[in-house]
Ligand binder design. Structure first.
Ligand SMILES: [Zn+2]
Length: 343
């Protein structure tokens, strides 16, 4: 029963818990590699067809039963394993996974597969997409403006007496969900961005082009968007981290004050790109964009001041994690070992 599982886990130390989950994940990877190998052999023999299933995919979904997504990715890996058996070993040892193999599959050749698989070892999917963008760079897409059919209006009763409710950001005024913008890696550090805009935005874009025609080369909408977004981000940061009231003379930058001035918060928020800045010992940066807190690198209690160099964004989880680490080590805030552990 699940409750028994949980009860047995609660007695484990952190190290035992991590060891245990690593062991399970390792066994799961080995099983996945074995399943992919079996599927590759089944493909070779055509055994699913012989059993009366229309395809190996149907067999996987109905007889095993896998989800459509699991079947799709594992069969894709099986096709790849027939060409490059080394992927089975890499699946088993966790160097790659079926999602990453899907991204790479069209770009592996007899000549490059060992080097490319090695480069993609241990990477996340978006990083593997960047490898593909380098292997098969696509040209920047031309800036284009195309009229799309207007979605049919749904019958929404008018309620003139009630104030209009603010529409969620992802829902267009028509009540039809706005299509999600798509960002596609084209080549190293280059992306295409496809978004549907309304007439007002088109007019504003043209106006921005006209006003900046001396500073921005004709047709470089990316440069216009960058300038516009930089200005917008600063404006929003000023609104979000507004100075409240007039600080007392000399207190705004005083090291004795725990208060973090609004201008420092703005600078830190924009510098850290609104993301948790925690970086693990092996260089992994946290992706969290929510529940962020301003953290003193050198604690205020031990003389850390409220300057951009000493302030960083941390998500709540990493801030708590850091505090727990200090508490466990018995360190009071600001002792050197805590600073080394959390650079
Ligand atoms: Zn974090």
């Amino acid at each position: 029963m699940p409750i028994d599982f949980l009860a047995s886990l609660s007695a484990l130390t952190d190290a035992q818990l991590l060891d245990s989950v690593r062991g399970l994940a390792g066994r799961s990877r080995a099983v996945t590699a074995q399943i992919v190998a079996h599927l590759a052999e089944m493909l070779r023999r055509g055994v699913a067809l012989g059993e009366g299933y229309g395809s190996l995919h149907v067999y996987c979904v109905e007889a095993l039963p896998m989800s459509d997504a699991e079947a799709y990715l594992r069969i894709g890996a099986a096709y790849l394993a027939r060409r490059f058996p080394v992927v089975l070993e890499m699946l088993a040892d966790g160097s790659t996974n079926v999602s990453n193999l899907k991204v790479l599959s069209a770009h592996l050749t007899q000549e490059n597969h060992l080097a490319v698989l090695e480069e993609a070892r241990g990477k996340r999917k978006h990083q593997v997409e960047q490898i593909v963008a380098r292997l098969a760079p696509r040209p920047d897409v031309p800036t284009s403006l195309r009229k799309v059919p207007k979605p049919a209006l749904t019958a929404v009763p008018e309620l003139p007496s009630a104030p209009p409710a603010p529409a969620p950001a992802t829902v267009a005024a028509t009540g039809t969900p706005a299509p999600r913008p798509t960002v596609v890696a084209l080549s190293p550090a280059r992306y295409s961005y496809h978004v549907t805009i309304d007439e007002d935005v088109r007019e504003l874009l043209q106006l921005a082009r006209d006003l900046s025609s001396h500073a921005v080369p004709h047709g470089d909408d990316s440069a216009i968007l960058k300038r516009a977004l930089e200005a917008y981000v600063m404006q929003q940061a000023r609104a979000r981290f507004a100075t409240t009231g007039k600080p007392r003379e000399g207190t705004e930058t005083s090291p004795e004050s725990r208060h973090i001035p609004a201008r420092v918060k703005r600078a830190v928020y924009v510098r850290d790109r609104g993301r948790c800045s925690f970086v693990s010992a092996d260089g992994r940066r946290c992706d969290a964009r929510h529940h962020l807190q301003f953290d003193h690198r050198q604690p205020w209690a031990s003389g850390g001041d409220a300057t951009p160099d000493n302030i960083r964004l941390l998500c709540r989880a990493h801030n708590l994690h850091r505090e727990r680490g200090r508490a466990r080590s018995g360190a009071s805030p600001g002792l050197p070992q805590a600073e080394r552990a959390w650079p």
